[in-house]
Design a protein around this ligand. Structure first.
Ligand code: NAP
Length: 247
């Protein structure tokens, strides 16, 4: 049997490091990636299209079975620059990287997005909420909706549009919407690739802080479970503790 290969973003610490460790312990070869050059890691800043292209080129002969989009930021403050940088890392980064890596993903591949409970659509007001949840939403409409958040933070209209005052939350709402769009895009792909989002809960990492109730082991478990789903498993869903949860 050929060795299964997984790529994990932001694998140098926190949940990404633990997801990489658990995947290795399940027998996968892990391509651990990190934003900064580090020994033992492939350099991959998810905001850099040239990095995505370079890693795709490097792995073209190897192929991939699992991609875990874990890298993320929660920045201080709330202004147009924070909104743009947050969405670029947490939403548009995974989108670009997915597109660069998809040609390498083998039949039976699994794509996992590490999302958040803060990505709950409940913080978005109608009718924007219905636009995001529209089962016909496509990639172009998704990009336009989430770019309008960044513009809205810049000109002060974001609240009127129905957005919450939290760029991290909006970025993860976007990531969840992306999972649904990708699942639809992949529905006709003969490789039977499954794509899902994980809510790890509040986890003790640099981002989560010391008072978070969950360990990295607990936070990583559902991402690993989604990475190893059997054939015929769910796709286009949002999971916490190996159970489906609402958007
Ligand atoms: P963390 O310890 O702060 O780790 C974040 C990781 O993302 C680091 O490896 C960081 O790299 C990397 N990263 C940030 N920007 C990047 C970029 N542009 N390109 C590549 N890597 C980048 O936080 P964590 O808790 O493990 O977070 C992992 C994921 O879990 C994130 O998506 C986060 O939103 C999500 N999450 C966490 C919690 C929680 O309670 N901890 C809850 C819900 C969701 P550097 O070391 O170079 O900064």
């Amino acid at each position: 049997m050929t060795e299964r290969v997984a790529l994990v973003t932001g694998a140098n610490r926190g949940l990404g490091a633990e997801i990489a460790k658990q995947l290795r312990s399940r027998g996968l070869r892990v391509v651990a990636t990190s934003r900064e050059p580090r020994e033992g890691f492939e350099t991959l800043d998810v905001t850099r299209a040239d990095h995505a292209a370079a890693i795709a080129g490097k792995l073209a002969g190897t192929g991939l079975d699992v991609v875990v989009h874990n890298a993320g930021v929660s920045l201080d403050g709330f202004d147009a620059d924070v909104a743009r940088r947050t969405l670029d890392t947490n939403l548009f980064g995974p989108m670009r990287l997915h597109d660069a890596l998809l040609p390498l993903v083998r039949a039976g591949g699994r794509i996992v997005m590490v999302s958040s409970g803060m990505g709950s659509i409940s913080s978005v007001r109608s009718p924007l909420r219905e636009r995001i949840l529209d089962p016909g939403l496509d990639r172009a409409a998704l990009v336009e909706i989430f770019e309008s958040f960044v513009r809205g933070v810049g000109d002060g209209s974001y609240g009127k549009q129905g957005w919450p005052s939290n760029a991290y939350s909006v970025s993860k709402i976007g990531l969840n919407a992306l999972v649904r769009v990708l699942a639809r895009e992949l529905a006709t792909d003969a490789r039977r690739i499954l794509v899902n989002a994980e809510n790890p809960g509040w986890v003790r990492t640099r981002m989560g802080g010391r008072s978070a109730p969950r360990s990295v082991e607990d936070g990583a478990r559902t991402a690993v479970w989604l990475a190893l789903l059997p054939e015929g498993g769910p796709t286009g869903g949002f999971f916490r503790d190996e159970s489906a949860i609402p958007w």
